[in-house]
Structure formats: structure tokens, C-alpha cells
Design a protein around this ligand. Structure first.
Ligand code: MG
Length: 203
């Protein structure tokens, strides 16, 4: 399976990082080795002094597809989840300045937290889905899919022009504002509609 990630999909997050608003979705990949094993802590890697959390809504692809039309994209997923796109922000800043690829900052081991999934019919309006990240019980990211620049179905249509989607692939749909640094002993809890989707200890 592969993990396809979208960057810069929320205007306020683009502002907080002083990034440029893209004309098209920003897309990058994480390998399957990036997945943080279930119930395991996240270990801060030695190559970074500034690991950021980015909470994101996840889409699990349910069948193979290529050149998917936006109006049929809903047929390609039955479940949504929540996860974290851990980012070595210091490494990413260096890559951005030099115009280099982002993999070392985004695709390292443990950088993809994949929480549980919920059938989409149990979630109500997918274009008005509230999701949150708490750090040590404090609300740090307060998102809603209604603020996405590109909606889930548009993202599926866009990325499937470049990559054949396969059953089990996961799309990270971008983070809202409020990203920040993690430190040892932090605890991160993600929720959709106040239902807990994951809990991660930082080591
Ligand atoms: Mg992200």
C-alpha cells in the first residue's frame, strides 16, 4: 500500500507557515515503513530538533482506480479516519530553501500515525466534519473539513491522474492551523466528532 499526502489544503495553515497558496494540491508520498505501529509510542528521531504534529483526516481507498472523476470519487472509499503527518519542520525548511524533495522531513519511520477508521455513513456530512487534536489534554488543532481548499472527492480525482489508487491506500488530506512542536512525554489524542481516534505517547 501507499500513503498519499496533501499539503497546504487549509488557508489558515498556509498562513501560519507563511507558505504560498498553491494553484493545485501539493502532493507527496510516505512509504509503508513510515507507519507507526499500533499502540507504539512515537520516538523523536535524532536528526531533528523540531518535530511537528499535523492532525489530518484520512481516506481509505476501497478499490483500484485511475483517472477517477470527482462525481464518482465517493465510490472509492467507505471509511474515514484520523492520523498525524509528523513533520521534521527544521529539515523541511532546509529542503524548501534548497528546492529539494521533502521525504527526509515527511516520510521517515513513524511519521504516519493511522488511527482507527469509521464507516462514512456514521459520520454525517463529510464536508462538515469536526476534528481535533489535543496535546496533554489541551486543544491545539480545531479543524473542520468545511475549510478544505480541495474537498475529499476533488483530491481523489486529482491524485488519481498521477497514481493508480489501490485498495488499502490511504490519503492524508492536509492539516488545519495550530501545528506545533512535540516534546518527550507529550500525549497526543485525536478526535472526530469528539470520538477518540488515536492516542500517542511521545518518547
Ligand atoms: Mg500534512
Amino acid at each position: 500500500m501507499k500513503i498519499i499526502c496533501i499539503g497546504r489544503n487549509y488557508a489558515k495553515h498556509i498562513e501560519e507557515l507563511a507558505s504560498e497558496k498553491p494553484e493545485n494540491p501539493v502532493v507527496f508520498l510516505k512509504p509503508d515503513s513510515a507507519i507507526l505501529a499500533k499502540n507504539q509510542p512515537f520516538f523523536i528521531p535524532p536528526f531533528s530538533n523540531n518535530i511537528h504534529y499535523e492532525v489530518e483526516v484520512l481516506v481509505k481507498i476501497n478499490k483500484v482506480g485511475k483517472y477517477i472523476d470527482t462525481k464518482f470519487a465517493h465510490k472509492y472509499y467507505d471509511e474515514l479516519g484520523l492520523g498525524i503527518d509528523f513533520t521534521a519542520r527544521d529539515v523541511q525548511e532546509t529542503c524548501k530553501k534548497k528546492g529539494l524533495p521533502w521525504e527526509k522531513a515527511k516520510a521517515f519511520d513513524g511519521s504516519a500515525v493511522i488511527g482507527r477508521f469509521i464507516p462514512k455513513e456514521k459520520l454525517g456530512d463529510l464536508e462538515n466534519l469536526a476534528f481535533k487534536l489535543y496535546k496533554n489534554s489541551e486543544l491545539v488543532q480545531d479543524g473542520n473539513t468545511n475549510a478544505m481548499l480541495w474537498k475529499i472527492d476533488e483530491l481523489i480525482a486529482y491524485v488519481s491522474q498521477f497514481f493508480t489508487l489501490k485498495k488499502g491506500d490511504i490519503i492524508f488530506t492536509g492539516t488545519p492551523s495550530g501545528v506545533g512542536k512535540v516534546s518527550e512525554n507529550d500525549n497526543l489524542v485525536g478526535a472526530i466528532n469528539e470520538q477518540e481516534m488515536f492516542s500517542i505517547k511521545i518518547k
